[in-house]
Structure formats: C-alpha cells, structure tokens
Design a protein around this ligand. Structure first.
Ligand SMILES: *Cc1c(COP(=O)(O)O)cnc(C)c1O
Length: 235
C-alpha cells in the first residue's frame, strides 16, 4: 500500500535524480500530475500532497476541476476540438497539444476575446507514427512563422509523445525534439516565440526524457495508480 503523497514524492525524487545524473538542475523540471483518471476529491488530496501542476486531456474534466481549484495550474494535454477552444483558452495555464495549423486562428480569436495571451506548445510527431497527432518536424518552421503573427498566443516550446517501443527508440524521439528545438531557435525569431520548454516523458519514460532535456514531464499512473507504482518498484 502506498499513499498518493508517497508516490508523488517518489516521482519527485526520481526526477531530481535523473536531472542530477544528467548534470541539470532539478529546478528546471516541472512535474505535471496527469489527473485525467481521477475525480475532484483525489485532486484535493494531490494538492495537499504538494502537487502544483495538473494535466487534463478533456474539457469535460478540465472545467469542473479547474473551477474547484483555480489556484492550481491546469495544463491541457489532450486533443483540441475546435468547438471546445473557448472553454480551454484562459482556463489552461499551458496548452501542450496544439497539433495543427487551423487551430492558430481559433486560439488567437479566443485569447483576444478573453483579453489574454495564451501560452501554448506545438505538439510534434517526432516518431512519425501514423497513429500519433502533431506537426511533422518538417512542418514546424512554417507553423512557427504563421503563429508568430498571433499576438495573443505565446509559443513556449514543443511537446511530444514517445512510441511504445524499446528504450533506444524512445530516447531518439526525445532527442529528436530537442534537436529540432535547437534548430528552430536559430531559424525563427519573433517576440511571441521562446522555445524554452520541452514537454516530454510520462510514467514509463520520464527519466530518459529528463536526460534528453525535458523541462516538463507529464506523469499520470506513477502518481495516481497504486497498482502501476507497485509494478514499477518491483521491476
Ligand atoms: C495520460 C497522458 C499522460 C500520462 O501518462 P502516464 O503513462 O499515466 O504517466 C501524459 N501525456 C498525455 C498526453 C496523456 O494523455
């Protein structure tokens, strides 16, 4: 048996260890607790355990939780449906999953209407799997040029998901996102683009992601599932 606080503390320690092993400062890494499988009561418990950043992948679950705990930072990490954009903009501290160009105009309009600048990440399909959403790496430069005209959006960096594969392939995916970011920093400069953030790594692979430069990890099961956390420590 483990408590949520024990599991969260364990993730914090492993992330700290991974950062130190990679010669990075642990303070560079933000742990987003992906609370998509749990209810508002568990969010309350997580806040008490010290969680600051939460991730949700559906507006249906984002809105009630954000309304109950507006003091937390709510990250939107799921598929963005055009008709839900006005519910996400302004509620989300950071939108990780901007995966296609037609969203720019809609996000911009919603942010302008709300009178805010919305922080976003571009989701990149580094591994090239058909099943994954996101910009192809070759499309990212053009996308950045286009979004640079959106004065109510700020691009803070990139997000990716690794394939379910062997470790070298996972590592190559994360490294690919970092290399792409380094290339884009040199190529596209605009006042609303600063590509400091790399959102990559989940319960199964966040240590590798940190070694490859992640600044944000999105961790669900290791924090919220007792079963998953147990198998993790046994293996
Ligand atoms: C669910 C989810 C996560 C968390 O995955 P775990 O394996 O539970 O840590 C991270 N990112 C996205 C986009 C997700 O949908």
């Amino acid at each position: 048996m483990s408590s949520l606080k024990e599991r969260y503390d364990a993730v914090c320690s492993s992330a700290t260890q991974a950062a130190q092993d990679a010669g990075r400062s642990p303070s560079e890494i933000c742990i987003v607790a992906v609370s998509k499988t749990v209810g508002v009561d568990v969010v309350k418990e997580a806040l008490a355990a010290g969680v600051v950043d939460f991730g949700e992948n559906r507006t249906d679950s984002l809105l009630p939780k954000q309304a109950a705990y507006p003091q937390a930072r709510w990250h939107f990490i799921g598929n963005i449906q055009s008709r839900k954009i006005k519910d996400i903009v302004g509620k989300a501290y950071l939108i990780h999953s901007v995966d296609r160009r037609d969203l720019f105009e809609k996000l911009e309009a919603a942010a302008e209407a709300a009178g805010i600048v919305q922080d976003i990440l571009l989701e990149v399909n580094v591994s090239g799997e058909e099943s994954k959403s996101g910009f192809r790496p070759s499309e990212v430069e053009e996308a950045l040029r286009e979004v640079s005209a959106c004065r109510h959006l700020k691009v803070c960096g990139f997000m990716t998901m690794a394939p379910q594969a062997e470790q070298p392939i996972i590592r190559a995916t994360f490294k690919g996102l970092r290399v792409l970011r380094d290339q884009m920093v040199g190529k596209v400069s605009a006042s609303n683009i600063s590509l400091d953030e790399l959102s990559m790594g989940m319960s199964g692979d966040y240590a590798i992601a940190i070694e490859e430069g992640a600044t944000i990890i999105r961790v669900g099961r290791s924090i919220f599932s007792e079963e998953f956390a147990n198998t993790e420590t046994k293996s």
